[in-house]
Design a protein around this ligand. Structure first.
Ligand SMILES: [Zn+2]
Length: 70
């Protein structure tokens, strides 16, 4: 089994989130921060093609950009 790992780009910072995009498959990892009741909460979201991906574990990288380039 060929496990493919994401190749995250540089982190881009926004006021309440950070974004990193995988240069191999276009997936975006969003790190969010929200203050609730005086406490900061952090969590990660994964997005691709403008849709959020709901998954317990990090999805493997399908490297679709490299497949197109090859
Ligand atoms: Zn990827």
């Amino acid at each position: 089994m060929s496990s493919t790992r994401h190749k995250w780009g540089d982190k881009v910072r926004f006021p309440h989130k950070t974004e990193r995009q995988c240069s191999r498959c276009d997936m975006v990892k969003v790190g969010r921060r929200q203050t609730e009741g005086g406490r900061d909460r952090y969590w990660d979201e994964y997005w691709r093609d403008e849709e959020r991906i709901y998954s317990e574990a990090t999805l493997p990288c399908d490297a679709r950009r490299e497949a197109v380039a090859a």
